[in-house]
Design a protein around this ligand. Structure first.
Ligand SMILES: CC(C)(COP(=O)(O)OP(=O)(O)OC[C@H]1O[C@@H](n2cnc3c(N)ncnc32)[C@H](O)[C@@H]1OP(=O)(O)O)[C@@H](O)C(=O)NCCC(=O)NCCS
Length: 176
């Protein structure tokens, strides 16, 4: 898949989302996976993390300042780019939260899956009621199953539901 990019400003700062491979530093991903807020994950070796990223559509979120790109967030979809996308590891550094960047990352994911020609399901798992409402609103996700013992909910959406979800979408972003 050709890499895609989106740009926007938020809170008076410039940001970029990019799916280009090898742009998001492995160290950033490992730190994100070890952050207590990312309670479902745990980092592995550099080699395993590289394999994980090589086999995912990874969206890196960067702050852009004076020509430099500083990684501040990510989301990742495990996908065949045709029929299925599993969304995971959605993360924004704490100091950049509540600027609308998480919503923007998800709207970029929505654009990517909307271009998949025969998407059957977009899937995710979450253990957080706030996240459940968020994905319902932004991606048209519905709860498909619950593992009460692990406090985990599986959610999914068909293409038609994804298309009608998200009030503003990525419309305020420009595709580079
Ligand atoms: C979830 C997260 C990516 C949101 O990033 P953000 O840049 O603050 O998001 P936005 O500013 O675009 O706000 C979008 C929504 O995030 C939701 N949100 C806030 N904290 C959240 C959390 N811990 N889990 C899920 N959603 C959360 C809010 O409901 C908000 O919705 P609103 O528009 O009704 O206010 C960020 O809080 C984060 O990295 N949390 C830790 C990791 C995590 O919980 N990831 C998602 C797990 S499924």
């Amino acid at each position: 898949m050709d890499p895609r990019e989106w740009q926007r400003t938020a809170n008076g700062q410039a940001f970029l989302v990019s799916t280009a491979q090898d742009v998001l530093p492995i160290e950033f991903v490992q730190e994100a996976l070890d952050n207590p807020a990312v309670f479902w994950a745990k980092s592995s070796s550099v080699a395993n993390t590289k394999t994980m990223l090589d086999n995912s559509c990874t969206l890196g979120l960067f702050k852009v300042q004076d020509g430099t790109h500083t990684p501040i967030g990510m989301a990742r979809m495990v996908t065949d780019y045709v029929t299925l996308a599993y969304l995971t590891d959605v993360y924004v550094l704490e100091e950049y939260r509540a600027f609308g960047l998480g919503k923007w990352l998800i709207s970029c994911c929505r654009e990517i899956v909307q271009d998949m020609p025969h998407l059957r399901w977009m899937l995710l798992m979450t253990g957080n009621a706030q996240a459940e409402r968020f994905y319902q609103r932004e991606l048209g996700m519905e709860v498909m199953g619950t593992r009460a013992d692990e406090h985990v909910v599986a959610m999914g959406a068909r293409k038609a539901h994804i298309e009608t979800a998200g009030a503003a979408g990525a419309s305020h972003a420009s595709r580079a």
